[in-house]
Design a binder for this molecule. Structure first.
Ligand code: ADP
Ligand code: MG
Length: 147
């Protein structure tokens, strides 16, 4: 287990390919103000809890890094909320409690292998977040306080 850490801000526009290419929407957060925290945490796949200001708290699995498959030049913070939303929520305030680490960032030989790894990681996150060890972070003041 890792020491939980917390980041948040309004949901911003990403590269517009999360849902379109992969079928996996990721709510991008601005990295502005988080340079220190991002240096302290290795790039890779994490899981935890996400609070959307007006909607509630959801499980999430998140990539932090450069997405080597897409050759990004900027580090991104991209949580996939494990819930079906009927609409986009750009601009809404999103707070994250990051409670677990799954794997380091990696490159993939094909889009299919990337996608299947992401679904595997989603399953791991979903199961882990049901454990008492991780469930208790759902009530973190950072998530339950008024946004
Ligand atoms: P972008 O490149 O702009 O981040 P994506 O293709 O990654 O676009 O889609 C992310 C957007 O989709 C989010 O900003 C949010 O408004 C919306 N969205 C809908 N459902 C989800 C979800 N389950 N998890 C994350 N974002 C979602
Ligand atoms: Mg995205």
């Amino acid at each position: 287990p890792i020491e939980p850490w917390y980041i948040g801000g309004p949901v911003i526009k990403g590269f517009g390919r999360g849902s379109k290419v992969l079928g996996i929407p990721t709510a991008n957060l601005s990295v502005e103000g988080y340079s220190t925290i991002l240096v302290e945490h290795p790039s890779g796949v994490y899981f935890g809890w996400a609070r959307l200001s007006t909607r509630g708290v959801y499980k999430m699995v998140m990539s932090i890094g450069w997405n080597p498959y897409f050759h990004n030049t900027e580090k991104t913070i991209e949580p996939w909320l494990l819930h079906d939303f009927s609409e986009d929520f750009y601009g809404e305030e999103l707070h994250l409690a990051i409670v677990g680490y799954i794997r380091p960032e990696a490159n993939f030989p094909s889009l299919e292998s990337l996608i299947s790894k992401i679904y595997e990681n989603r399953k791991i996150a979903e199961n882990a977040l049901d454990l008492p060890l991780y469930v208790r972070h759902k009530d973190a003041p950072y998530l339950t306080g008024s946004l």
